[in-house]
Design a protein around this ligand. Sequence first.
Ligand code: V1P
Ligand code: CA
Ligand code: ZN
Length: 376
Amino acid sequence: LRQKNTSFFADLSIWIAEDVGNYNYGYDHCMKPFRIRMAHSIITSYGLDKKMAVIRPPRASAQDMTRFHTDDYITYLQRVSPELAEQMPTYNERFLPPMDCPPFDGVYEFCSISAGGSIAGAQRINHGDSDIVINWAGGLHHAKKGEASGFCYINDIVLAILELLRYHQRVVYLDIDVHHGDGVEEAFYTTDRVMSVSFHQFGNFFPGTGDIKDVGVERGKYYAVNVPLREGINDETYAFVFQRVMRNVMETFRPGAVLMQCGTDSLSGDRLGCFNLSMKGHAACVGFMKSFGVPLFCVGGGGYTIRNVARTWAYETSVLLGEKIESRLPYNDYYDFYGPEYLLDVPASNMVNMNTREQLERICIDINEHLRHVSH
Ligand code: V1P
Ligand code: CA
Ligand code: ZN
């Protein structure tokens, strides 16, 4: 596979639901859908919306969701409300982990917007309408078949990949959220048609899965790739492992499409994650994946320092478009959040990198060894 440096793609489309930022997990909850609206506002202030197709996502139906999720879980989600949950606490326990996944007002509509964008985005790639698609409201990688997990209720990614598999023999799932992409990995753990690759903080960290030794089972053996990392990884060392692993994955697996989860909790200064990536370092991963010239679907995910989430997803939109934008932030609806510098930048900090060169080289060697089993 030859990598391309220049803008190769004919068309980019983004799914924007104006109302997605109105949903609220609760005042004390660190997941803030409002950050998606903030990102869209920066995107518009740079005029990037004029350079791509901006589409309102259709809502996913219950039937769409049950292509992965169980009927009784979806029926429950459709009915649940803060009041009902209080009346039937034991019924709740089956489906929603307390604290992480509250039964907030409008939870089902929120899910149908997020999943609707990801399903329709996959269809757009399938039909050749766009080479690159973005849904910053998607990326909820922990949701399981019959239960919610880690702020995720509906696994929009699994639904999108199932759609991509209708047209593509092989699909790569790539996850740069600081957490392990467990829900997606589990859904495709036994198949050789989806190679799932997650880079994540590992060791006493949610959800606890994603050991390098977990490589898939049955036909799916060696089609799951896990890159466990320690705290404080910086741009240079992350790029070193990322490029080595992803070049190897793309060359051995030769996917027809790539779905990339761009969780921004891997940025420096995140409220939950403990990596030390700058905005430019995070976006370099997106730019690197674009350079393969394979249809690319980017979705959102985690990210808990919301001003930095909005900055990074807006900047990544410009990278996907191949547009240079100035670092001074144009005036936008949420301008006050970006002071005192008002810059499109998330710098790294001086935190210690707990990943040694030797450990990272070992990881690359082990993964190389796993990928040698993948048939060409
Ligand atoms: O650690 C846990 C649970 C609680 N224990 C029983 C285990 N939950 C984490 C969940 C993190 C979810 C990340 C989602 C994503 O990958 C994708 C959208 O980014 C958790 C944490 C934490 N520090 O790991 N929940 C919370 N913090 C939390 C904080 C405030 C309010 C509610 C939950
Ligand atoms: Ca990850
Ligand atoms: Zn995360």
